[in-house]
Design a protein around this ligand. Sequence first.
Ligand code: AMP
Ligand code: ZN
Length: 143
Amino acid sequence: MISFARQHLARFLPPFLSHLVHFFFRKRYNMGDCIFCRIIAGQAPADILFRDDQVTVFRDIHPAAPLHLLIVPNRHIPSLNELQEQDAALMAHLLLAAKRMAAEQGVDKHGYRLIINTGIQGGQTIFHLHMHLLAGRPMRPVG
Ligand code: AMP
Ligand code: ZN
């Protein structure tokens, strides 16, 4: 919602004011220089397949499977560790977006894997909460 407002507000402003708006939002909402926030704000390139007021879905730049999507909340939440009780509906929305993308991409019947890496040992490299959707090849059992 915030990123969405930021994007639309900034679009109608001259460049120097637009930079000021983005600077304010980054400081106010503790976004730092987050690549996913920049993608969501339309400031960095990405192959976006879906977006609404809560979630953006784009292709992973280094695909680990024939279909590799990232399902990302538009609001900057660093990781699952920072998720709050009041974010329950947002997470349900992310899961439903994943299910819909799987169906749209035609991988729902064969199957797919959803992954949320959390923290350093969890393999998280981008500290903006996201869900990986992997499909298009057999996945090894986790255990
Ligand atoms: P994780 O390791 O779970 O934090 O996943 C981060 C993912 O983001 C990795 O699979 C990266 O390949 C992907 N990634 C990093 N930068 C970009 C980008 N600019 N556009 C799309 N995907 C990216
Ligand atoms: Zn972010």
